[in-house]
Design a protein around this ligand. Structure first.
Ligand code: BES
Ligand code: ZN
Ligand code: ZN
Length: 480
């Protein structure tokens, strides 16, 4: 494959420093309700500067105070309504700190307020992500670097794991298919495995058929780059088995049921699930969690050629279930079902899959709130609270079993599409569920993996969704 750049970065985060340095510029977070009181602590000149600028402490509002020598004296940053008077304070979004990092001149900063541990981590994460830019294809790459001396109670290692994992995920999604095909995804996986001394095997092309991974091969066989199944294992063999499965459709044309051009435009991101499990995998391995990690990625390109699979074809899956193809554009569930069946063979203690699986998930919850599906109630409630803590939105949708009949076929065990598009995220999830025994704790995330619009810390393009919540959960549960 084409070496665009080094995807796996393990170095320190340039915009974050720990310890104390002398010449740091204070940032004062001002909540709406505290504005009056804080104002009174300022000099007369400063108070009139505040008035002149009409500073209201609305969320993300930034005001620089310049000293006589022309340097920044301190920065006031609005926090909006911050209900610090209530017992359970809402977490401060990391993106507020991205906004600050982007608004201030270059320099080294520190936050004056005392933050709780959660918000201290949030500040560092948001500050670091403000510096994310996918610049490998740009001639001009110069960027302003503003440095944050992180609060004492910030867990800079934990945050750095999240920054590097999220960055890997974004980079992989942003790289166009010409440089991120099934072969390149294999190479990136190899370098990740090498970095952490993990084992990796890749089953490629016709070997997939020999091993019985017929759905993976069928979806990917029309593409120039051969389909493959990437299998990484890492960690203590005796520790709890965590298996991550990621949809690695490097491009989704829709196949013969071809997508219209506007729907195809962003389909380089259809390996977003793979990007998510590689990013999450990097976090887990960096943190050295006490788990036996396995990452499975069916890597294919859903393209069109004379040998493309067709509507009406029937495939015998690795699981043994026969599947009638109702629509070649519902390819994600096809490649995932073989990987999930393989994952299930060793009865993992936790099985998670990430996939840019349905447009219907976006209709239900929009671009920024990925739905997840699980029958495991403790996992469900754990995850919801981590999601809130991390400001990493997720929301449960039901595995409503009666909808399973919508996937029936008269000539095969299952159809790959439901007879109605309504509830499409649920029927897709039920299709996957068919391949996982009820005894295995399983969770499925339907992620968009993309920011449609530009916001501080979140440029337009690839995005990691839900993996910080999952990492937060795993990091406490499987601390080594
Ligand atoms: N990759 C798409 C789903 C997708 C589309 C995710 C846009 C994010 C944004 C998937 O392979 C697909 O095409 N799904 C179809 C399924 C349908 C044919 C049952 C869909 O959602 O329309
Ligand atoms: Zn598709
Ligand atoms: Zn797809």
């Amino acid at each position: 494959g084409f070496q665009v750049f080094n995807y796996i970065n393990r170095g320190p985060i340039p915009s974050l420093k720990s310890g104390s340095s002398k010449k740091t510029i204070p940032i004062i977070l001002v909540a709406n309700e505290d504005l009056k009181k804080w104002q009174q602590s300022l000099s007369n000149n400063q108070q009139s500067w505040l008035k002149l600028n009409d500073f209201n402490a609305t969320s993300g509002e930034i005001l620089l105070f310049i000293a006589n020598n022309g340097a920044v004296d301190f920065v006031a940053a609005g926090m909006g309504e911050n209900n610090s008077s209530t017992i359970e304070q809402d977490p401060i979004e990391p993106w507020l700190f991205s906004k600050i990092a982007k608004s201030v001149p270059k320099g080294t900063y520190q936050i004056s307020n005392i933050l709780n541990d959660r918000d201290a981590n949030s500040a560092a994460f948001g500050w670091a992500m403000a510096h994310y830019k996918f610049s490998v294809y740009l001639k001009e790459t110069k960027q302003k670097l503003s440095i944050l001396t992180v609060p004492k109670n910030c867990d800079i290692n934990f945050v750095s794991h999240m920054v590097r994992g999220s960055t890997l995920c974004r980079d992989l999604v942003n790289t166009p298919t010409c440089h991120m095909g099934p072969d390149d995804l294999g190479e990136v996986s190899k370098s990740l495995a090498r970095e952490f001394k993990a084992k990796i095997t890749i089953i490629t092309g016709a070997a997939l058929l020999k091993a019985g991974f017929n759905t993976i091969h069928t979806v990917g066989r029309a593409a120039e780059k051969e389909p493959r199944l990437i299998d990484i294992t890492w960690g203590n063999q005796k520790a709890p088995k965590i298996t991550l499965v990621g949809k690695g459709v490097c491009f989704d044309t829709g196949g013969l049921d071809i997508k219209p051009s506007n729907s195809m435009l962003n389909m380089k991101k259809d390996m977003g699930g793979a990007a998510h499990v590689l990013g999450l995998g990097q976090m887990i391995m960096e943190a050295g969690l006490n788990v036996r990690l396995r990452i499975l990625i069916p890597a294919v390109e859903n393209n069109i050629s004379a040998n493309a699979f067709r509507p009406g074809d029937i495939i015998k899956s690795y699981h043994g279930t026969t599947i009638e193809i109702g629509n070649t554009d519902a390819e994600g569930r096809l490649v995932l079902c073989d990987a999930l069946a393989l994952a299930s063979e060793e009865n993992p203690d936790l099985l998670m899959d990430f996939a840019t699986l349905t447009g219907a998930a976006r209709v239900a919850l929009g671009t920024d709130v990925p739905p997840y599906f699980t029958d495991d109630q403790s996992l469900n409630s754990e995850l919801l609270s981590r999601s809130k803590n991390q400001c990493d939105p997720l929301w449960p949708l039901p595995l409503y079993d009666p909808y399973k009949e919508l996937l029936s076929s008269s000539i095969a065990d299952l159809n790959n599409v439901a007879s109605t598009g309504l509830g499409g995220a649920i029927t897709a999830a039920l299709f996957l569920k068919h391949f996982v025994p009820k005894t295995i704790p399983w969770i499925h995330f339907d992620v968009y993996a993309w920011n449609d619009r530009e916001r501080p810390g979140r440029p337009k393009g690839g995005e990691a969704m839900g993996i910080r919540s999952v990492f937060d959960y795993l990091a406490t549960k499987f601390k080594s």
